[in-house]
Design a binder for this molecule. Structure first.
Ligand code: GLC
Ligand code: MG
Length: 563
């Protein structure tokens, strides 16, 4: 409980218990957000000091999701946790975390924690105990199995054919037990055995502990891998270009009893209203994500991340998502995160010569993410149009990238995790020391201060869009339907919800396009309310609408007389 709550003062939240459907979530990668103590690594005090960038006078988002801030040896950027209920001193103290929750709430923002419950670090005390012998208190908390036999050289053979997502086998031998343990990711990230009642209880206690500290929700890391088939059989094989793809992942993820486990987890979270949970779908399809979505549990689907910068590609992504989710399941809108290339870089790379238009594409993609049906998740730095940074292999902070090979393709995630530039000063206002990871080459011109001073910046565009979204109910809760524009390079869709209907029109081409708008209904007219450009184009009486290159416009159906 925060001091505010103790004093009986409710936080000034703009939205009620359904905030996680209507609102916008902003993902902070804490190592790269803001460093307050000069060690070059972002920290909680740095984040608190920059909350106004996110709060009502800034972007005005509804929640912040923190990538892991727990004690960790840091082999997988904090996703290898050695204590799930504490704060890593690298980021600050327990008291500073409580202050963060308080300060975020005071600004009307909820706090969402990243829970990594599939695995722990190999330095977690549970695993240290488990690996030491077959008889300790945590002996069966992980997936231990006897070798399948020995090879000709007398070396133990793994229990089945499973492979690690991060390359290599999914099994590592532990001589002290004479057994292998399973790891979907690094050998330093052993998977827990969720089928052990003691493990489930310990995990739900972690959930309770964070709720008791006042957090408002969770992102569940790779939640569809928690359960494996109880017998751990080998996966069937198929053709494929990598070791992972050469298996049909029947037994190492997506087990049929996962929904029951999720319901038990959700019951703990539902002890109080208004809490969000979102599951990170691991290697699944849009249909798979939809199938695990429930009334109060969101699931990321990655459809939008797979699309090039083309109107028809986004139209077909919307169609597929709508078919999979239907009217009753609420999707998420994700164009970037800490595992993916940044959206402007990724999308611009699909357009010949598109790098030159990166800012324009950043703005147009902002219109997409804030007006499609679903809860938008914005990744830090996207709001200033940050791009992927060329990090030389020697400076890479992504362990999986180190053993990329022909049989293991990997995009180095360091490129989208670089420090946030706040100012043009040395250290970019991020740190007074040496940053843990290099800055982008454009930091002197691309930073929060300079974009704040420029009405035509990507940042100014995000602020305008977020303001309009916050007061436009149909953008928050409306159904979506695609509109035919007659032009292959223009995407248009309507949102019909609890307020006036909204129409979004985006020209994907550099040259712009003129389209005829659909009818807004009798007695109504389309009024442009916000867009990529500060000056909004007006539809002519015949509803002919001229868009400039990469221009996106949001229009609201308004009674004629109101004009
Ligand atoms: C999730 C995280 C990723 C991490 C992996 C293993 O996919 O998003 O960053 O490497 O889980 O924990
Ligand atoms: Mg620091």
């Amino acid at each position: 409980m925060t001091d505010r709550q103790r004093a009986g003062m409710p936080p000034p939240f703009r939205l009620g218990a359904d905030w996680w459907r209507r609102g916008v979530v902003y993902q902070v990668y804490p190592r790269s957000f803001a460093d307050s103590d000069g060690d070059g690594v972002g920290d909680l005090t740095g984040l608190i000091d920059h909350l106004d960038h996110l709060g009502p006078d800034g972007l005005a988002v509804d929640a912040i999701w923190l990538s892991p801030v727990y004690p960790s040896p840091g082999r997988d950027g904090g996703y290898d946790i050695s204590d799930h209920t504490a704060i890593d001193p690298l980021f600050g103290s327990e008291a500073q975390f409580d202050r963060l929750v308080e300060e975020a709430h005071r600004r009307g923002m909820r706090v969402v924690m990243d829970l990594v419950l599939n695995h722990t670090s190999d330095e977690h005390r549970w695993f240290v105990d488990s690996a030491a012998s077959r008889s300790g208190a945590h002996a069966d908390w992980y997936l231990w199995r006897d070798p399948a036999g020995v090879d000709r050289a007398g070396r133990p053979l793994p229990p089945n054919d499973w492979v690690s997502w991060f390359g290599g086998p999914a099994w590592t031998y532990e001589p002290r037990r004479g057994q292998f343990y399973h790891h979907t990711f690094l050998a330093a990230q052993p998977d827990l055995d969720w089928r052990q009642p003691a493990v489930e209880k310990a995990q739900l206690d972690v959930v309770r502990a964070w709720l008791a500290r006042g957090v408002d929700g969770f992102r569940l890391d790779v939640f569809n891998v928690y359960l494996k088939h109880p017998d751990l059989p080998s996966n069937p094989t198929r053709r494929g270009s990598t070791a992972w793809d050469r298996q049909v992942h029947l037994y190492d993820l997506d087990q049929p009893d996962l929904p029951e486990l999720l319901a038990r987890f959700r019951a703990v979270v539902d002890a109080a209203p208004g809490r969000m949970t979102v599951g990170e779908m691991f290697v699944g399809t849009t249909e798979g994500a939809a199938a695990l979505t429930t009334e109060r549990h969101l699931v990321f689907d990655w459809e939008l991340l797979t699309r090039p910068w083309s109107a028809s590609a986004f139209a077909s992504a919307i169609r597929r998502r709508e078919r999979a989710f239907g009217p009753d399941r609420w999707p998420t809108v994700v164009l970037s995160n800490h595992d993916q290339p940044r959206q402007a870089s990724r999308l611009a790379a699909t357009v010949p010569g598109g790098e030159a238009d990166r800012d324009a594409i950043a703005k147009a993609s902002a219109v997409l993410s804030l007006t499609m049906r679903g809860t938008p998740f914005l990744y830090y730095g996207e709001e200033i149009g940050m791009g992927d940074v060329d990090v030389p292999p020697a400076e890479s902070v992504d362990p999986a990238a180190r053993h990329a090979s022909a049989d293991f393709h990997w995009w180095d995630r360091s490129q989208s995790r670089t420090p946030m530039p706040w100012t043009a000063a040395p250290g970019a206002g991020f740190t007074t020391g040496r940053p843990w990871l290099r800055f982008g080459p454009d930091t002197r011109v691309r930073n929060v201060a300079s974009e704040s001073a420029d009405e035509d910046s990507v940042l100014a565009c995000y602020r305008r869009l977020l303001r309009v979204r916050a007061v436009t109910p149909s953008l928050q809760d409306g159904a979506i339907s695609l509109v035919r524009t007659g032009r292959p390079d223009v995407l248009a869709y309507r949102r019909r919800g609890s307020g006036p209907e909204v129409l979004t029109v985006i020209a994907f081409g550099r040259a712009g396009a003129t389209v005829t708008l659909p009818s807004p209904g009798t007695g109504r007219t389309w009024r442009p309310v916000v867009g990529t450009h500060r000056d909004l184009p007006d539809p002519t009486p015949g509803r002919s609408f001229a868009l400039r290159g990469y221009e996106g416009v949001v229009l609201e159906a308004t009674p004629r007389r109101a004009r």
